[in-house]
Design a protein around this ligand. Structure first.
Ligand SMILES: [Zn+2]
Length: 322
């Protein structure tokens, strides 16, 4: 039960196991963000949704699998950042029986996405927001289940266990699938682009996206996830990674490295360019140690968005803490 280490992206779908499929969301570039279809008998759930542009790809997969829209019981955004939840409103319109399962802190933003749109416009700018996310559709509050910590969903007898997992965002849940011994981790177990995988395994990058990076909470969350002894993690960026016990150390170290970089830059004005530069240097150094032989230009292309978002996230964190 392992995903292919490299992906030729000829299909938007990667079957991780007979009942779990990774779906390309077509956000920014192919291979950047995915979402998942989880099937149990004649019922299904979607974990993360991509953006409004992802919906046709999701609906085509349901059709391929002979699933009617009514058979999708749950749509579960891991958190309300828009590469994960931007398509939720449109998707719910297509799936008449589905309930939206979301962290209590994210629920109101799915019901009334105006503040979410304003926040994302501040991060991405108006033009990019309109291009990537279009219009965010509101969701009927009667269809929303607030996932309190420990909530267990029943998908045709398969138990899905929702955990409150702050660190990347306070509105983040991870979903434990006992049957496959895996977590759907959203951004909580980091990012591992398949292009950066080497003989040493996936390259784990920590997304300190604005505005709720919380180092201490993140350390605790990672420890809590590992207490389940997971055998694999289904990442949104990108696809599944096996043997998370061998990867979690690099995420703990990344949290500490970010805090160190942030503190070292805290007195500089303006801070953001220096944060960007220090993060870029960190990634390049780590990638070379990891055996990555891609040219710097290609690494810059792959990590441009993350470097920017991580720098902004640390800048916001510093302004709250220092
Ligand atoms: Zn996120």
């Amino acid at each position: 039960m392992s995903a292919e280490p490299m992906n030729d992206y000829k299909s938007p779908y990667q079957k991780i196991s007979p009942d779990i499929t990774c779906i390309e969301t077509n956000y920014q570039r192919v291979g950047l963000a995915c979402c998942y279809l989880l099937q149990e008998g004649d019922s299904a759930a979607l974990i993360d949704t991509g953006t409004p542009h992802t919906i046709p790809t999701i609906m085509a997969l349901l059709q391929q699998r002979d699933l009617r829209p009514e058979q999708v019981q749950y749509v579960i955004p891991t958190h309300v950042h828009l590469d994960h939840a931007g398509g939720a409103g449109q998707l719910m319109q297509q799936l008449p029986e589905a309930r939206l399962v979301v962290h209590p802190f994210g629920a109101r933003h799915m019901i009334d996405p105006a503040r979410l749109a304003a926040g994302a416009t501040a991060v991405y700018g108006e033009e990019q927001f309109t291009r990537d996310f279009g219009v965010l559709e509101p969701i009927d509050p009667g269809r929303v289940i607030e996932a309190e910590d420990g909530l267990t969903l029943d998908l045709n007898g398969r138990q899905l266990h929702c955990l409150d997992t702050p660190g990347h965002a306070r509105h983040h849940i991870c979903i434990w699938d006992q049957q496959s011994r895996g977590f759907f981790t959203g951004d909580t177990f980091g990012i591992a682009y398949q292009e950066l995988t080497t003989a040493r395994g996936p390259f784990m990058l920590l997304p300190s996206t604005p505005v709720q990076f919380d180092p201490l909470a993140w350390h605790n969350t990672l420890a809590r996830l590992m207490a389940f002894e997971p055998e694999r993690m289904y990442l949104t960026h990108y696809c599944a990674v096996e043997h998370p016990a061998a990867l979690v150390g690099s995420l703990h170290r990344a949290i500490d490295a970010y805090v160190e970089i942030a503190h070292a830059c805290s007195a500089t004005e303006p801070r953001l360019p220096l944060l960007r530069q220090r993060l870029r240097e960190l990634y390049l150094e780590q990638l070379r140690q990891h055996g990555c032989v891609l040219p710097e230009k290609e690494i810059d292309r792959l990590l441009a968005l993350d470097t920017e978002l991580c720098a902004q996230g640390l800048d916001v964190w510093l302004s709250k803490t220092v």
